[in-house]
Design a protein around this ligand. Structure first.
Ligand SMILES: NC(=O)c1ccc[n+]([C@@H]2O[C@H](COP(=O)([O-])OP(=O)(O)OC[C@H]3O[C@@H](n4cnc5c(N)ncnc54)[C@H](OP(=O)(O)O)[C@@H]3O)[C@@H](O)[C@H]2O)c1
Length: 268
């Protein structure tokens, strides 16, 4: 049986632990590390998973999932490197950190898989993109796909595409939240109570997302189906085009990609 240690059980680390438990993993095969005893006690009380020290995790776990903030990575790898079990797989959830950073700091030959998850992991609906480091083999990628499959969907991409992935799905939930927020404001503008506007838009977002995911139809086809001649929707679409919403999204996502590249260069 594979044992998994989550190093840094904050928002994403805890979501992964919770998803693995829901996916049928046993508490006996999971462990985590955290800095503060109070947080350890809280997490153990909530999930029944044991807290361990970094050396204990390194000595016993087959897979070490690194889920600390990128700025905390160097001290953690310094602590991990001398005690890492030979053959252990290191899985990084850290945004923007290249696999070569881990390979440089950890013992020669350590297999590393880089993951870009997103926050819907909290509700078991993550989109995660995974990339193999220099020493990761197909069985390592399969293992990571199995783990992350418990908390959403998983796609393999070359590591060179991870900055684009960060801009699209890593930051993606924020763009949808921004759109929903603006649409609720539009409801307020039209005189609806905020709670009514929020319910209308949130359920429309859930319904539209389900149609996109389940129908297999192109978004254009789905939009055309609700855009009748001289109807209400085409009037709104004309305004969206007039205000350059499509161009704004292209520019916004390109800017996020550029920022991800810049953050990655800081660790070169
Ligand atoms: N949240 C997102 O949307 C998202 C999306 C994609 C990827 N990620 C990546 O996921 C990682 C975690 O993000 P997050 O939002 O979950 O951050 P977070 O809530 O701050 O979680 C990180 C946790 O790790 C703990 N920690 C730091 N250094 C440690 C060490 N040496 N040993 C043990 N525990 C340690 C932190 O403790 P303290 O509180 O004491 O510092 C904190 O509880 C980041 O690298 C981020 O780039 C996040």
């Amino acid at each position: 049986m594979t044992t998994i240690a989550v190093l840094g059980a904050g928002k994403i680390g805890e979501a992964l632990l919770s998803g693995l438990l829901h996916g049928g993993w046993s508490t006996a095969d999971l462990m985590f590390t955290e800095r503060y005893p109070q947080r350890c006690e809280e997490l153990t009380a909530r999930h029944g998973v044991r807290a361990v020290s970094v050396p204990d995790a390194a000595a016993t776990a087959d897979v070490l999932v690194v889920a600390v903030k990128p700025q905390d990575i160097e001290p953690l790898l310094g602590e991990l490197s001398p005690v890492l079990k030979p053959g252990a797989l290191v899985v990084s959830l850290c945004a923007g950190l290249p696999t070569k950073l881990f390979e440089r700091e950890l013992p020669e030959g350590t297999p590393v898989v880089r993951v870009m998850p997103n926050t819907p992991m909290l509700v078991g609906e993550a989109m995660s993109a995974i990339s193999a480091g220099a020493h990761a083999r197909p069985e390592h990628l399969e293992l990571v796909e199995g783990l992350l499959g418990s908390v959403g969907k998983v796609l393999r991409v070359p590591e060179s595409q991870q900055d684009a992935v960060t801009a699209l799905s890593g930051s993606g939930p924020a763009y949808f939240f921004f759109l929903v927020e603006a649409m609720i404001d539009a409801g307020i503008l039209l005189g609806l109570p905020r709670a009514v506007a929020a319910q209308l838009i949130i359920q429309s977002a859930v319904g539209a997302a389900t149609m996109l995911a389940d129908s297999g139809e192109h978004p254009v086809t789905l939009r055309e189906a609700v855009t009748s001649p001289a109807g209400t929707t085409i009037m709104a679409v004309r305004e969206l085009e007039r205000h350059g919403v499509r161009a704004a999204l292209l520019a916004a996502i390109e800017a996020a990609r550029d920022r991800s590249e810049e953050l990655g260069r800081a660790h070169d």
